[in-house]
Structure formats: structure tokens, C-alpha cells
Design a protein around this ligand. Structure first.
Ligand code: ADP
Length: 725
């Protein structure tokens, strides 16, 4: 069971001129194989048979390889291609221990060969040496293969299901494509590799003695290597009898050891070329440290521009004051309603906050869907629907008639001039209801409540989900002064010095600033990092040109970036054998949760395949699965690094605001992408550590910031209001 380092069978796109040497049968041959792929799939061959005299077969290894080089020179001369340096595949059909595609150590001679000083040596090295010694021509030895492998590869060129090679001639042997994870001799678990079984030696330990006859023993005793190579029987019919569950087709392979060697070389060439092309494309999605530092620097600049009155209007990172001036102190109490709009679902919550010894937060909530036609309809329809849901919830909780204080988590960029007011700047995350931008959402909500004439509510606070996230975490951990969301969209908030918040009067204390950092890049700050895939995703989005940073990071877009890369790879023939499926052309079909699935789990390849099957890519190979996985991890890594770079700017700003050498701070984080992706949090943490080494940042998962957080903000506001009365 020897690894051969042949990792793929032909896909029919191979093309070029290849040389092959075939040593191991009765004859020694040199071949020139012309492969023309891309539709034509034609293979033409020229070949010349050379004899290997008995004395050379049994002489010294040097003599043998000098002879081979001599024959090769003669062949090249004859065809007039001596100056071409063509790639060559070397079929060497003896038991070898292969360590690379082009490195193979002869274990022991068989089939009458006995040349001295070759066993235990790398035969490619010996051949290269012999050629170099002559100095009259040069070739590129790409692969050394066994004739069984050649047989499989030759058939594989015409039949993509051919994954077994079998020889029954002078000797017998077989090879097949084995899963890498079963191949403990070679590092790596992914994909497949052809294994040369060397099954001829089966029985050498006596395991076939009970079925050997005296004739077998006589033949064995008279052979060159007595005790070896017992198993030489034809099995074809038996196979069908013994494994009735497998539909095995036997294809006669023509000239596997010649054409096959060229084919292995051609495949290796194709793989190398395709690999280089794929990496070139993926490299556009990879960021180095300098680029990340640059992102941090530009984020810092935009933050300052957003905070300053003079530059606020043109800043992409809006740094919106939230009028939340402090985190909870534990004395808050009462029943509150909370609305959560802006995520995947719309929710209504009842939150009971208790203070003192029984300090706790208890929540009841109900999820409502907002149909797509309502998110894209009129503002009135949207808010009537919301009020309808509230009425249903209040009734459901048996609280009809109570007028509770309400916190409205509205996770879209809003201008606030006071806590209970939020003027929608622009819709994001797929919402498009008309007549809302530029309006106060609290007023829109109150108007809808009045229209319903059903109940009354006291809208106390308009809350952004990042702020809710920070407040929820802050209820447990007073060091929590940053909130971060990485879900459908991405955003962050933090406690900024009032003296820096120029949009609000007063210099005392701090105020939470809703950064709205998703729009970072909208002035072109990220253009040099954007790839054609980012541009494609942006073009196809609901608001092209907007939320550029978010579109490189958040759950709504990562799957789409991956899908666009896969489309490009397929169109370039680098994936799925160049066959585009209709489903993959469908926007949104590659969900971001697939990235999490594909990038986790030991059995990932199987999962990748089932996901690809779901995408209608039933003929995907395992190489395809490996590549899809690589694309996913490149895209999610970039997202986590970009997010980490942004956050490093935030924590370093807080540190400098306070004139500290070192800052210890907690970030409350929410969002399904952050929570469920197997590597996002780790990569983000590493990036932070690297880019903001003077900040000791603790990332804490925040549970239900938009519900609990909204209630806490409302509770704090009620406490302050009551105290003021
Ligand atoms: P929101 O941000 O809308 O409040 P979530 O935090 O639940 O809601 O984020 C939803 C986003 O998370 C969706 O865009 C979805 O693509 C993504 N998502 C869902 N499941 C996973 C997962 N297992 N891994 C990564 N992302 C996921």
C-alpha cells in the first residue's frame, strides 16, 4: 500500500507535449505524447522500443541509467526535439517507496532485473545524474509512476469514473484512489491519493500456503527471487462474483505505462498551473499586517472625523451620540416593554428588572416575522404591522390596558438629539420601507399606536442594538464599555469622552457613541483592499456603494462573497470541471452558515460535499471540496481580521483618551456569525492582540442585548427621570 503522490485523475483539460519513459516490462520504451484537451480530448503518440541487454539488466546501476539516458538522447535526436526541455513522466514498474511525485526509492528489483547499487536509491536522482553527465540535453522529470497508476490514468482520461488500475501481464499489481485520511504514511487528511498496492507480494508471509500446489512451489523455487511474488492469477471474473454490490467495469487500458506516464505528468502540470492561478486569485483576499495596520489607522481617522462638528457631515463613520451616559448601577427596577427591530426577526419583549437582593432580569418574548413585502413597502405599513404585533403580544401576556415604558431597539443608523428620539438616516440590512428616512422612528411608532386606538405606550428610549449589547454586558461587568455586533450586519459602540462628542453640548463625563462603522469605506477608504468579488457583491446589493466595511465582514454578505469566488473559479475552469450549476448562479444560495459548517468538523469534506450537492453540484470531486473549504476560510479570515483591525482602533482610542499606558477593557459581543463561526472569534482576538498590544481586551458574549439591553436603558432612563421629578 505505497503512496504514489498522484492526487487526481485527468479531467480532460490537460494539454501539451510530454515525454514518457517506460521501464519495467519486457521492453524499454521512450514516448512523446501530445495531449490536446479542451473539448478535443485527443492523444497522439510517437514511441520507440529499445532493448535492454541481459548484461545491463544484471550489471551495475550506473550502466543501466547511462543506457536509459542514451536511448532517450537517441529518441530526442530522431524527433528533432533535443533542445526543448520537455516535461517527462517516468514509468518505473518496480516496488518503490515514493516520497514525492518526483522522488522514488527502489525497494527491490523484480521481473528479472538485478542491476546493482540501485536498491534503496532514488531512481529519479539516478536518471537525472545520468542525463546531466551527458550534458547534451535537458528534461524536466515531473513524475515517477508505477505502470498500474499509468493504466488507471490512461483510462481516467476517457472515463472520469476510472479510479482503479490493474495489471495482469508479466507480473500483477493494482492501484486505486484511497482517502487521504486513511493514508497514515502521508501528512494531511484531505482529498485522495493513488495507492500502489504491490499486491503481488501478498502471500509472501505464508498466508496463501494452504492454497499453493506443488507446481506453484516448484515455479517459486526456480525463480530469480524465490519466496517472492507468489500471487499471479487472473481475477477478473471472480471480482464480479465476489463483490456483487459493486458495479465494476473493466476497461482495457491501451498503453498505460507510456501514455499513463505522460498523463500523470500532464495532470501534474495542470494541477500546478491551476493551483498557481487559484492562489493568485485567493491572494487578493488575503491581508498582510501592514494592510491591517492601515485599516486601523484609517478607522481612527474616520472616528475623529465623525466626532468633529466640522467633518461630521462627510465622515463615513458617523459616531452618533446615543444619549446613554451611564451603564446600569443595579438600582433599576420595574416592568418594561422592548421592541427589537433590525435583526433577522422582529421581537416584542416584556422585561422584569428587579433590584436589591433579588437583583435579576426576567424576560418573556415572542418572535414575529416581517414579510419581505412589508420591509420593502411603505413606512406606515411597516409600523402598523409592528403595532399589530405589540397588541398581539400584550394580549398574549394578559397585560392589556397597562401602559408600560418602552425601549425601542432600532438597529439602523439614527440621528439622536435625545434618548427618546431617533431620526433614521438610511435603511441598511435589506430594509427599504418608504417614507422613513429622515423621520423620527419614535414618532412613527407613536403615530401607528394612535392609529390603532387600541392601547397606549410610553416610548422612553430609542436604542441601537450595539448599545443594548454593551449595556447588557455592563450589567454584569463594569469594565464593559464597548459593544460589538457581528451578525446580519456589523457595528460597534463605546463610551467616548463628552469633550470629544462635539455634536452634543457639554464636556462632562462620557456618552455612548454608536459608531455605525459598517459604512466605513463608503468614501473609498477600503478601495485598495476590495476585490472584484467585493465589487460584485456590492453591485448586486440593495444599496450599492454603501456599507462597504460591513459587506466585507458580516453574515449577510460572506456567503455571497464565497459564491462569487466560486462562480469565478468555475468560469475559469478551476473548479467543478468548469461546469456552472444554475443554483450556484442564484443570489443568496450560499448562506453564511455554510461557512461555519464547512470550516468546522473533522468530517468536513463529507459535509462540504453534501452542501455542494445541495447547491446542485452533484458531480463535485473531493478536490473541489478542498478548494471550496479554502475559499470559505480565506473569506472568513479576512472578515475577522478586518473586524479586529477596526476594534483595535476603538480600544486604542479609549486608552489614549484616558492617557493610559495600558488599558484593560471588556467588549460585549453579539451576533450569530461571531458566536457560531468556528474561527471568527479566535482570529479577531489574535488580530486585536497584534494591532493593539497595549490593550488587554476581554471579549464577552452578550446574550440578548437588543431585548435586555433596551429594557436596561429604559430602566436607567426611568430611574433618572423619577429622580429628577
Ligand atoms: P441579527 O444580526 O440580524 O440580529 P444574527 O446575529 O442572528 O441576527 O445574525 C444573523 C446572520 O448570521 C445571518 O446573516 C446569517 O447568515 C448568519 N448566520 C446564521 N447562522 C450562522 C452560522 N452558523 N455561522 C455563521 N453565520 C451564521
Amino acid at each position: 500500500m505505497l503512496p504514489t503522490f498522484v492526487r487526481s485523475t485527468p479531467d480532460g483539460t490537460e494539454t501539451g507535449d510530454f515525454l514518457a519513459l517506460d521501464l519495467g516490462g519486457t521492453n524499454f520504451r521512450v514516448l512523446l505524447v501530445r495531449v490536446s484537451g479542451n473539448g478535443k480530448q485527443k492523444v497522439e503518440m510517437e514511441n520507440q522500443i529499445y532493448a535492454i541487454p541481459e548484461n545491463i539488466m544484471r550489471g551495475s546501476g550506473t550502466e543501466l541509467f547511462d543506457h536509459i539516458a542514451e536511448c532517450l538522447a537517441n529518441f530526442l535526436e530522431k524527433l528533432g526535439i533535443k533542445d526543448k526541455k520537455l516535461p517527462l513522466g517516468f514509468t518505473f514498474s518496480f516496488p518503490c517507496l515514493q516520497t514525492k511525485l518526483d522522488e522514488s526509492f527502489l525497494v527491490s528489483w523484480t521481473k528479472g532485473f538485478k542491476a546493482s547499487g540501485v536498491e534503496g536509491r532514488d531512481v529519479v536522482g539516478l536518471l537525472r545524474k545520468a542525463i546531466k553527465k551527458r550534458g547534451d540535453f535537458d528534461i524536466d522529470i515531473v513524475a515517477v509512476i508505477n505502470d498500474t497508476v499509468g493504466t488507471m490514468m490512461t483510462c481516467g482520461y476517457d472515463d472520469h469514473h476510472c479510479e482503479i488500475g490493474l495489471i495482469v501481464g508479466t507480473g500483477t499489481n493494482a492501484c486505486y484512489m484511497e482517502e487521504m485520511r486513511h493514508l497514515e504514511l502521508v501528512d494531511g487528511d484531505e482529498g485522495r491519493m493513488c495507492v500502489n498496492m504491490e499486491w503481488g507480494a501478498f502471500g509472501d508471509d505464508g498466508s496463501l500456503d494452504d492454497i499453493r500446489t506443488e507446481f506453484d512451489r516448484e515455479i517459486d523455487a526456480g525463480s530469480l527471487n524465490p519466496g517472492k511474488q507468489l500471487f499471479a492469477r487472473r481475477l477478473n471474473k471472480m471480482v464480479r462474483l465476489l463483490v456483487p454490490d459493486c458495479d465494476v467495469r473493466f476497461l482495457r487500458s491501451e498503453d498505460g505505462s507510456g501514455k499513463g506516464a505522460a498523463m500523470v505528468t500532464a495532470v501534474a502540470y495542470r494541477l500546478a498551473k491551476q493551483h498557481a492561478e487559484r492562489q493568485r486569485i485567493l491572494n487578493t483576499l488575503r491581508l498582510n499586517r501592514d494592510q491591517l495596520l492601515e485599516v486601523k489607522k484609517r478607522m481612527e481617522e474616520e472616528m475623529n472625523r465623525g466626532l468633529a462638528k466640522k467633518t461630521h457631515a462627510t465622515a463615513t463613520v458617523k459616531m452618533l451620540p446615543t444619549f446613554v451616559r451611564s451603564t446600569p448601577d443595579g438600582t433599576e427596577r420595574g416592568d418594561f416593554l422592548a421592541l427589537d427591530l433590525g435583526g433577522t426577526n422582529f421581537r416584542v419583549l416584556l422585561v422584569r428588572v428587579r433590584s436589591g437582593k433579588r437583583r435579576s432580569v426576567e424576560m418573556h418574548n415572542k418572535i414575529y416575522t416581517i414579510p419581505q413585502d412589508i420591509t420593502q413597502g411603505t413606512g406606515e405599513e411597516l409600523f402598523d404591522h409592528i403595532v399589530h404585533c405589540i397588541a398581539d403580544f400584550v394580549e398574549y401576556m394578559g397585560m392589556k390596558g397597562a401602559s408600560l415604558p418602552l425601549g425601542f431597539t432600532f438597529s439602523f443608523p439614527c440621528h439622536q438629539t435625545q434618548l427618546d428620539q431617533g431620526i433614521l438616516i438610511k435603511w441598511t440590512k435589506g430594509f427599504k420601507a418608504s417614507g422613513c428616512e429622515g423621520e423620527d422612528v419614535a414618532t412613527l411608532l407613536k403615530d401607528a399606536i394612535h392609529r390603532s386606538e387600541d392601547f397606549d405606550l410610553d416610548v422612553v428610549a430609542v436604542v441601537n442594538d450595539t448599545v443594548g449589547t454593551m449595556m447588557t454586558c455592563g450589567y454584569e461587568d463594569p469594565q464593559c464599555e464597548v459593544g460589538l455586533i457581528v451578525g446580519t450586519g456589523t457595528n460597534a459602540c463605546y463610551m467616548e469622552e463628552m469633550s470629544n462628542v462635539e455634536l452634543v453640548d457639554g464636556d462632562e463625563g462620557r456618552m455612548c457613541v454608536n459608531m455605525e462603522w459598517g459604512a466605513f469605506g463608503d468614501r473609498g477608504e477600503l478601495d485598495d483592499l476590495c476585490t472584484e468579488f467585493d465589487r460584485a457583491v456590492d453591485d448586486q446589493s440593495t444599496y450599492p456603494g454603501k456599507q462597504r466595511y460591513e459587506k466585507m465582514i458580516s453574515g449577510m454578505y460572506l456567503g455571497e462573497i464565497v459564491r462569487n469566488v466560486l462562480l469565478d473559479f468555475t468560469a475559469k475552469g478551476l473548479l467543478f470541471r468548469g461546469k456552472l450549476s444554475e443554483r450556484l448562479k442564484t443570489r443568496g444560495i450560499f448562506e453564511t452558515k455554510f461557512l461555519s459548517q464547512i470550516e468546522s468538523d473533522r468530517l468536513a469534506l463529507r459535509q462540504v460535499r453534501s452542501i455542494l450537492q445541495h447547491l446542485g453540484l452533484t458531480s463535485s470531486t473531493c478536490d473541489d471540496s478542498i478548494l471550496v473549504k479554502e475559499v470559505c476560510s480565506v473569506v472568513s479570515k479576512r472578515a475577522a481580521q478586518l473586524c479586529g483591525a477596526g476594534l483595535s482602533a476603538v480600544v486604542d482610542k479609549i486608552r489614549l483618551n484616558r492617557g493610559l499606558e495600558k488599558l484593560s477593557i471588556t467588549v460585549g459581543v453579539d451576533g450569530t456569525l461571531y458566536k457560531l463561526h468556528p474561527h471568527f472569534a479566535t482570529i479577531m482576538r489574535e488580530t486585536l492582540k497584534d494591532l493593539a498590544p497595549n490593550c488587554e481586551v476581554t471579549l464577552v458574549q452578550s446574550e440578548d442585548g437588543s431585548g435586555k439591553g433596551a429594557a436596561l436603558i429604559t430602566a436607567v432612563a426611568c430611574r433618572l427621570r423619577d429622580a429628577g421629578k
